[in-house]
Design a protein around this ligand. Structure first.
Ligand code: SF4
Length: 217
């Protein structure tokens, strides 16, 4: 099977398994999604969803968030990993949204990535799921699965993103991002497998006998 055929096989099975996939981070608008994604670094989505109700209750907008002290933000998010630096970033990010963007989350990579705590992946999630502008943010799940399905040479997440974008139509990136993450969490975890456990690999690699070695991003 060619790489393009494997990509389409994976998509067909993912579409059947997950016709609709909710965004796992609770939010109500681009600002709260941006903050939730920022908090999700080194932290589970479940944990983020536990802390954001209290945070968004006192800081639902950039204006309200910027008025909070770092200590008040920290009190809400203290059970998240890297809470101290995240609390500082959340406050400064809210201030910068007011200073640079009239309190509105910008819908472009350059301005998003200029905000504290916002890297390319975080910006991509916001671009894709808040603004529906095609982006294919690659996290460790997507990086791992793209390698196991041999859709990328997998040198790093930048290469994986480039390779996946070539294989799929931009209209499909938003949904595929969520589908692959969900599949990674439910079926294809970081623990190794014999590479023949699931339908995607059994279909794409009928002759596979050994697990695929996955390079860390
Ligand atoms: S067979 Fe293994 S590597 Fe392939 S998708 Fe399933 S869990 Fe992942």
């Amino acid at each position: 099977m060619t790489k393009i055929e494997r990509a389409q096989t994976a998509k067909t099975i993912l579409d059947r398994l997950y016709p609709t996939v909710p965004i796992p981070l609770d939010h109500t608008d681009p600002f709260t999604l941006l903050i939730a994604v920022l908090l999700s670094a080194q932290c589970t989505d479940k944990r983020v969803n536990l802390v954001t109700p209290a945070l968004f209750n006192i800081g639902p907008t950039p204006q309200k968030m910027a008025q909070l002290s770092v200590a008040e933000i920290l009190e809400c998010i203290k059970t998240c990993g890297l809470a101290n630096s995240k609390a500082k970033n959340v406050k400064r990010l809210a201030e910068l949204l007011l200073e640079r963007h009239e309190g509105i989350v910008p819908a472009n990579f350059e301005d998003l990535e200029a905000l504290p705590g916002v890297g390319h992946k975080t910006a991509g999630v916001v671009m894709s799921h808040a603004f529906h502008i095609p982006a294919f943010p690659v996290d460790t799940h997507i990086h791992r699965l793209a390698q196991r399905w041999k859709l990328t040479s997998g040198k790093n997440v930048v290469q994986t993103e480039t390779d996946l974008k070539k294989l799929y139509h931009p209209d499909d990136w938003e949904n595929l991002h969520l589908q692959i993450i969900t599949y990674g969490r439910e079926h294809c975890t970081a623990r190794g497998c014999n590479g023949l456990k699931c339908e995607i690999c059994r279909t794409c690699f009928p002759n596979r006998r050994q697990p695929v070695q996955v390079k860390k991003p």
